[in-house]
Design a protein around this ligand. Structure first.
Ligand SMILES: *Cc1c(COP(=O)(O)O)cnc(C)c1O
Length: 370
């Protein structure tokens, strides 16, 4: 990673971001849907003006993301939250275009305040298409969305919203749309819009874009609705790196352990939460290449282990490593546990130049505490 002087650093690959955006823009043009950036996955607002050349707006998980979208992204602002506080709603009505409620209680509480806004209700079609319980809003007992049994009439709103997918292909959307139509079909004709949520892995090479377009067109023609998609991952999928440096190498029994200046717990929490082993440039599975190492960090959490990898050559203190696909659910989830410094945020531009757009220091650690 030539040009990256200081590590750790999250580095956006501008070229990949743009090629993802081209794909998403063509989905909008071919299907008539509108695509929103789900900021919870990727909130690098420095590039919101660029993204806004391709997408229709942003969606937010609450007031702060909604504000960020309004400030930096010329386009529609949508917001969904399981519950809103009155003071949040007072502010949201000044900046949001679509406000989506999670329950009939919340809808009735704020309906009058939201006069003039496009309001919607999140539904739960009770159709699980994935195995990972922590990411399944349709799991039994889920708090996310109203189930059909609780909805005995159409509650005079503009649209319905569902979000049930995670890293899935269009076949899972087809199954979900069937469940939505079976359960809520009679209400769909009364909607102005239907929001299909996120979890559509549209920019992945094996994604069935033609099926997605067919599903959207059929649905929007049948019910005469504007369809929205609000992917997060798909926008910045594979569009960046976390660059880290080897600070020390320690040995314990059969393991050689690299101590990095990046941390799973602080800088890529999904590695421990999901959990998964992040892809790493020029590496193999343990045993695949000549030299095996365990990658770990300089926090004092024993379990702050990124994973086991192998390399073609012996690693040296000072060598750089490059984790791949590090733009999504990374910067937005990082923390300063252990007083770990936050990585720089930079951009690898299409012309090959590297620009640091943000550095963090002691104040960023201190300001979150008292
Ligand atoms: C998480 C989330 C998204 C984005 O999901 P991705 O898996 O990142 O595409 C969109 N909408 C809602 C309501 C979400 O909770």
């Amino acid at each position: 990673m030539a040009g990256v002087q200081h590590t750790p650093a999250y580095v956006l690959d501008e070229e990949t971001l743009i090629s993802n955006l081209e794909i998403l823009k063509s989905v909008q043009e071919r299907s008539g849907c509108k695509i929103l950036l789900a900021q919870k996955a990727f909130s690098m607002f420095h590039v919101y003006p660029l993204i806004s050349e391709y997408l229709a707006g942003t969606t937010a998980s609450g007031l702060y993301e909604a504000r960020l979208g309004r400030e930096y992204f010329p386009g529609e602002v949508h917001v969904f939250s399981p519950a809103y506080k009155p003071e949040e709603m007072q502010y949201l009505i000044t900046i949001a275009d679509h406000i989506i409620f999670n329950s009939l209680n919340q809808l009735e509480k704020y309906r009058d305040l939201c006069a003039g806004k496009s309001i919607g209700l999140r539904i739960n079609p009770e159709c699980s298409t994935q195995e990972t319980a922590i990411y399944d809003p349709c799991a039994r007992g889920s708090r996310l969305g109203v189930i059909r049994d609780q909805l005995d009439h159409f509650p005079d709103i503009d649209g319905l919203h569902f979000h049930t997918l995670c890293e899935q292909n269009a076949d899972a959307l087809a199954i979900t749309l069937k469940a939505v139509e079976e359960k809520f079909g009679s209400y769909l004709h009364q909607c102005k819009w239907v929001n299909f949520g996120g979890g559509h892995h549209i920019t992945r090479p094996d994604y069935d874009i033609d099926l997605l377009i067919k599903l959207i067109r059929e649905f929007s023609e049948k019910y005469q609705v504007q369809v929205y998609l609000e992917p997060g991952e798909a926008i910045a999928l594979n569009a960046g790196y976390l660059i880290t440096e080897i600070m020390d190498i320690v040995e314990n029994h059969e393991s050689k352990i690299l101590i990095l200046d990046a941390s799973a717990a602080c800088h890529m929490p999904d590695v421990l939460e999901m959990p998964y082993r992040p892809p790493l440039l020029a590496s193999g599975q343990p045993g695949e290449k000549a030299y095996d190492y365990r990658l770990s960090s300089c926090t004092c959490l024993a379990g702050d282990i990124i994973g086991d990898y192998s390399f073609d050559q012996n690693m040296q203190i000072g060598d750089r490593l490059c984790f791949l696909d590090m733009m999504i659910y990374s910067m937005v989830k990082n923390n300063t546990f252990n007083g770990m410094p936050l990585p720089d945020i930079g951009i690898l531009h299409t012309d090959g130049s590297y620009e640091v757009i943000k550095k963090f220091d002691y104040a960023d650690f201190k300001e979150r505490l008292s």
